[in-house]
Design a protein around this ligand. Structure first.
Ligand code: SAM
Length: 376
């Protein structure tokens, strides 16, 4: 009989199993009856979207459509918008109760501004329930690739950021650059600052940009790439940017369940994992300080964790006011989620922000996002 070898070569508790144990204990409480179906989706193959590269010269759209995909942004649900009672923004003024966190139920009676989506951002997906994989993108005659494969839900934070013509934009944790590419597709940005503390990931970001964006759009007068610790950004630049994307490191739930390599649930990374909410808070605070008054900040993660999502935003709203005298308003993203509800499943009744939850028929996410506007 051949003796089994795996016991000596495999660790007793692989990080993926530790992640599943952790998620089972926390998300079964947080998501209640939704957890079993979200869990099944998280453990299944994820779906991609193909972010169209407008800078590519090939007839990519016809090719993608011939394969049966559609641009989910031109197939949005514009009918039956939420009632004006629900469509509004929330002032983050301190309530008498001392609870400064705005609730969606507090937002009655105001009219939401219309939702502007850049007509240049296009992302193709296969229909619900169809798990066909995309072929790798091919370069055109200039060497630029036709599309970038990413979780289609990752596009929502970029759309929610609502970049306008000439805006000065900071992407604080930018590598490897999926969201940066989406922002560049708008062709509206005046100046773009890209930062990521990891030097190797910043190199990857540069490679991505070179594969998708023509060189004349990557010059120093249009774009700056740095590798600073984003938590220290306030020491460099304050009150500067019209838009700030704070796409923080997190437990990357899907990756943590599927890949033992580079897994934040490995025993040696326990300390790093426990410190994540503090790092996320510091990055969000730096993003808030970097934005100009009336500027907007988009916080996003790819975890379902309330501790890394809503709790971080709540603390940032409090600290911005108490320590920096900055008043923030939470921007209601329901017009966006309503428009995209045919493509994504959203968590119901989040009191702060919006979250795409994985579903077997539409296996995108998780993506959490919350948008803040500086009032002062
Ligand atoms: N926005 C990227 C995209 O769409 O491709 C993904 C960003 S990823 C979720 C988080 C990034 O934060 C990682 O690339 C990581 O290197 C970076 N990061 C971690 N700590 C940081 C810090 N203190 N300052 C800046 N970036 C940091």
């Amino acid at each position: 009989r051949v003796k089994e070898k795996w016991a000596v070569t495999r660790t007793k508790h692989p990080p993926t199993s530790l992640a599943l144990q952790h998620f089972d204990s926390t998300y079964s409480v947080q998501l209640c009856q939704l957890w079993p179906s979200v869990r099944a989706a998280l453990l299944s193959e994820k779906k991609y979207g193909a972010l169209l590269n407008n800078f590519c010269h090939d007839a990519v759209v016809a090719n993608l459509e011939a394969q049966g995909c559609r641009d989910f942004l031109s197939d949005t649900d514009t009918e039956a918008q939420p009632s004006s009672e629900q469509e509004s923004e929330v002032a983050a003024d301190e309530e008498a109760s001392g609870d400064s966190t705005p609730k969606k139920s507090d937002i009655d009676g105001q009219q939401l501004p219309p939702l502007h989506l850049s007509p240049h951002i296009k992302c193709f997906v296969f229909p619900r329930g169809d798990i066909t994989r995309f072929k790798p993108a091919r370069p055109d005659m200039c060497g630029l690739l036709g599309y970038y494969l990413m979780d289609a839900a990752s596009l929502l934070p970029c759309l929610a950021l609502d970049v306008q013509e000439g805006h000065n934009v900071l992407d604080l944790c930018a590598a490897p650059g999926g969201k940066t590419l989406a922002l560049l597709q708008t062709q509206a940005i005046g100046f773009l600052c890209l930062n990521d503390s990891s030097v190797s990931r910043t190199l990857r970001l540069r490679k991505v940009l070179n594969s998708y964006v023509p060189k004349p759009l990557l010059t120093d007068d249009k774009l700056r790439i740095t590798s600073f610790d984003g938590t220290k950004w306030g020491e460099i630049e304050r009150n500067t940017f019209d838009r700030v994307l704070v796409d923080v490191p997190c437990t990357t739930d899907r990756h943590s369940l599927m890949e033992d390599d580079n897994n934040i649930f490995s025993k040696i990374r326990t300390g790093e994992r426990r410190k994540l909410p503090q790092l996320q808070l510091e990055l969000l605070m730096a993003g808030i300080e970097a934005a100009c008054p009336s500027g907007e900040i988009l916080y996003s993660t790819c975890t379902l964790s309330q501790t890394q999502n809503q709790s971080v935003v709540e603390q940032a709203i409090y600290l911005a006011r108490e320590n920096h005298g900055i008043q923030l308003q939470v921007v209601d993203l329901r017009p966006l989620t309503h428009m995209c509800r045919k493509t994504f499943h959203f968590a119901p009744d989040l009191h702060l922000g919006e979250m795409v939850i994985p579903h077997l028929a539409s296996n995108f996410g998780p993506i959490y996002m919350c948008k803040l506007r500086r009032l002062t």
